[in-house]
Each structure stands twice: as structure tokens, then as C-alpha cells.
Design a protein around this ligand. Structure first.
Ligand SMILES: Cc1cc2nc3c(=O)[nH]c(=O)nc-3n(C[C@H](O)[C@H](O)[C@H](O)COP(=O)(O)OP(=O)(O)OC[C@H]3O[C@@H](n4cnc5c(N)ncnc54)[C@H](O)[C@@H]3O)c2cc1C
Length: 387
């Protein structure tokens, strides 16, 4: 039996899940993390509503991922398994109105992390902070701790180094250069779950929301709310469209349905009543103020023509020109290519080294799907390793 530990680099949700599952199986596990504390991005995710997973039937759930390999992992450790696991570490969850799954209201993100770290400690998992991965080979990993660089032998090496956004959380994607130097196939990192830059004049709209609308791009549609910023738009329907827009070239056009419940013919009929168009928009159609502001940006001829105005209410065009810079977005697409990996997530040219979490080349919308895939890929690797 190999007496060296399983070395995990990166104390994010993917690495911690692998650590927990492997320790449960009886492996000697040691986690190294370059920060002074664990899971900083996990805590950042908790700032604006902590969606740990999503309440959705698994067949529909997995369609949110763009790659069959990650779908397979999420099937094995799914949203139900995530809730059961959270409950087992003492974190009860509830389903929000949009289907997102959150810890109970009184449970702060740090409390979820503390409960998890306590569980890991009980299982004998050691986490060594301020240790940075510098390099690895078939048997050992080179780590830097403060001013010292040393070699650590491993039985298996698991890398959960994260994507490339929010570098200040530690996910700085420096591993991309290391991987390229080792001829491990990677795809360039790109902004995902990103806002769109738009040339639309947002001066009058900045900070304003469009609620209960549907955003269309080609054959794809997503309901929800969007917010205008000084550069363009943000919001869950926008993030959902990232993957489909990515397959095309910028510039592109999104179409917003400001009255998704009302058919085009009924919208037009409401506009044809006697009286002022503005009154029909506000009183009969109850167009929300931000929608009204958008419609007022149309040229006068279009605004005064019931047919043209109705068409714009149902399909208001919003040109988009680019994603936001990588460092400010929620996640990144790109990373380690699945072609570089065996089915158990070990690297084809380093069979004792595994990659998990956001550093793999997959993408999904935010809303619990990202963390779910990180948990699932950590679980997957542990599941494939036998003592
Ligand atoms: C603002 C924001 C909000 C989000 N909201 C949600 C949400 O609500 N729901 C959701 O599902 N997801 C959300 N996410 C995404 C989610 O947090 C990430 O997908 C997830 O944390 C990725 O997990 P990971 O373990 O793969 O990597 P990370 O969490 O990025 O962890 C990687 C770890 O590896 C360490 N590391 C990197 N390189 C080295 C090295 N060379 N040596 C040692 N250690 C290293 C890093 O310091 C880091 O701690 C959000 C992200 C952001 C930024």
C-alpha cells in the first residue's frame, strides 16, 4: 500500500469535497491552499444570495451544462445528494421561489464553511494554508511556503485550482501557464456568467431593473430580471445567454419581451384604443417604468405606430458588443480540455494527477449550477479511487 498522502491543491468547494469523500474512504488526505483561509470564492458567492444548488428534476438540471462529461458527474452526485450532504454537516436548506436552494435564512455563508471545515477536521483532513503549488511531476509536487520551496511526494495529486475570475480570491489561473508548459491541452479562459457591454444609451436607465421579462437570443429564451448598468446589462437571463452568444460573433442582438404573458395581437389591440399611447402603455398594458423608458427611446414614428410599437414591446432589440472583463465575472469558460483527461478525471499524460471543479472546460449559468458541478466533480474523483 502506498503510504504517501493524497495531496489536494486548492481549498475551494471542489477540493474540499474530494478531501471529505476520500477521508471518508480511509485515505490519508492533505490539502494545500495558497491563501491564509479556505474557500474565499465560495464565501464571495454567498454575498448576493448563496445558491448552493437548484431544485430541478435531474434530466432538466443537467441540460444547463454544456459538456456531457460534467453532466455525467452531476448525475452521480446530484442536487438531492447535495442537500443530503449539507444536512449531514448540519446545514439545512430551503428552496427559494425561483427554485434556487439556499441555506436557511439565519445561516450565514461563513457558518456553512465552518460546519464543513469542522467535518473535515473530524475526518482527519489536514489543511495547510499559505502553500502555493509551483510545479508537479509523476511522483511529487513542488510547493512554496513563505520563502521556502519544498517537494511533497504524493500517492495521488488532485488539483482544484479554480477558474480565472476574481483573482483576489486566489483563483488566479496561474496554473494555465504551468499546464501549457507541460503540454496539457487547455482551452483559453473566457468570461462566463458575464454582463454584456451594449452601445445602447443607458444614461436614463442605469441602476434600473426590468422585471418579469423574457430575453430571447436566437431559439433560446430565458425569463427573469435584468438590470442596466453604465456599460450595458446584467442579470440571470443575461448570464444564461452567455453560452449561446459565445457560439456566435459579436456584435449580436438580444430581444426583450416586455409583456411575456400577453400575445402580440392583444398588445397591438390595446394600443389601438382611442386616446394617448402613453396612457395605454401605462394603464392598460401596465408597462413598467424601465420598459417605458426603453420605448421612449424609439424614434417618434415607431412609437406612434401601434403595430410597430407592439412589435417592439414583444421584441425590443438590445445590441450587445462584448463580455465584461474576466476578472469581474462570476465564472470562466475554458480551462483543462476533457480531451486531456481520462474518464476518472486523471490527466492522460500524468495518470496520478486529477483535475476538478471550475478549472475544467465546462460552463453553466449561475444559480447553484456552478457549485453543484464543483461538488460533483470532487465527489467523482473520490468515487473512482479505491484504497
Ligand atoms: C461573485 C460570485 C458569485 C458566485 N455565486 C455563485 C452562486 O450563487 N452559485 C454558484 O453555484 N456559484 C457561484 N459562484 C461560482 C462558484 O463560487 C465557483 O464556481 C466555485 O467556487 C469554484 O470552485 P472551485 O473549487 O473549482 O475553485 P475555487 O473556489 O476558485 O477554489 C480554488 C482554490 O485554489 C486555490 N489555488 C489556486 N491556485 C493555487 C496554487 N497555485 N497553489 C495553491 N492553491 C491555489 C485558490 O486560492 C482557491 O482557494 C460565484 C462566483 C463569484 C465570483
Amino acid at each position: 500500500m502506498n503510504t504517501e498522502p493524497i495531496v489536494i491543491i486548492g481549498a475551494g468547494p471542489a477540493g474540499l469535497m474530494a478531501a471529505e469523500q476520500l477521508a471518508k474512504k480511509g485515505f490519508n488526505v492533505c490539502v494545500y491552499e495558497q491563501n491564509k483561509a479556505a474557500a474565499r470564492k465560495f464565501l464571495v458567492a454567498g454575498h448576493g444570495g448563496f445558491n448552493l444548488t437548484h431544485n430541478e428534476a435531474i434530466d432538466s438540471f443537467i441540460t444547463k451544462y454544456d459538456h456531457p462529461r460534467i453532466r455525467e458527474m452531476v448525475r452521480l452526485f446530484d442536487n438531492t445528494a447535495t442537500r443530503q450532504w449539507l444536512s449531514a454537516i448540519g446545514i439545512e436548506t430551503f428552496v427559494g421561489s425561483s427554485g434556487k436552494i439556499f441555506p436557511l435564512k439565519e445561516t450565514k455563508p461563513i457558518m456553512v464553511l465552518q460546519a464543513w471545515l469542522k467535518r473535515l477536521k473530524e475526518l482527519g483532513v489536514e489543511i495547510r494554508y499559505e502553500h502555493q503549488l509551483i510545479d508537479f511531476n509523476e511522483n511529487s509536487v513542488t510547493l512554496k511556503h513563505k520563502h521556502n520551496t519544498f517537494e511533497q511526494n504524493y500517492h495521488r495529486l488532485i488539483l482544484g485550482l479554480g477558474g480565472g475570475s476574481w483573482a483576489k480570491t486566489g483563483s488566479d489561473a496561474k496554473w494555465m501557464d504551468l499546464f501549457q508548459s507541460k503540454n496539457i491541452l487547455t482551452e483559453p479562459l473566457q468570461s462566463a456568467n458575464s454582463g454584456f457591454n451594449s452601445p445602447i444609451n443607458t444614461t436614463a436607465l442605469e441602476g434600473k431593473y426590468l422585471k418579469n421579462i423574457v430575453v430571447h437570443f436566437e431559439e433560446y429564451a430565458k425569463n427573469g430580471e435584468v438590470v442596466f448598468t453604465n456599460y450595458g446589462l446584467e442579470g440571470s437571463p443575461i448570464y444564461y445567454m452567455n453560452r449561446f452568444v459565445r457560439a456566435h460573433q459579436f456584435p449580436a442582438t438580444l430581444y426583450v419581451d416586455l409583456k411575456p404573458e400577453t400575445p402580440l395581437a392583444d398588445v397591438e389591440a390595446a394600443l389601438r384604443f382611442k386616446g394617448k399611447i402613453t396612457d395605454h402603455l401605462k394603464k392598460q398594458l401596465k408597462i413598467q417604468p424601465t420598459g417605458f423608458a426603453l420605448l421612449k427611446m424609439l424614434d417618434k414614428e415607431t412609437y406612434l405606430d401601434p403595430q410597430q410599437l407592439a412589435l417592439n414591446i414583444k421584441r425590443y432589440p438590445i445590441p450587445i458588443t462584448s463580455f465584461r472583463p474576466i476578472d469581474e465575472v462570476i465564472s470562466t469558460a475554458g480551462g483543462v480540455s476533457f480531451d486531456a483527461l481520462n474518464p476518472d478525471l486523471s490527466l492522460k499524460n500524468y495518470p496520478a494527477v486529477y483535475c476538478i471543479g471550475e478549472m475544467l472546460n465546462w460552463e453553466a449559468p449561475t444559480g447553484g449550477y456552478l457549485l453543484q458541478a464543483c461538488f460533483s466533480s470532487g465527489y467523482w474523483v473520490a468515487n473512482k479511487l479505491a484504497i
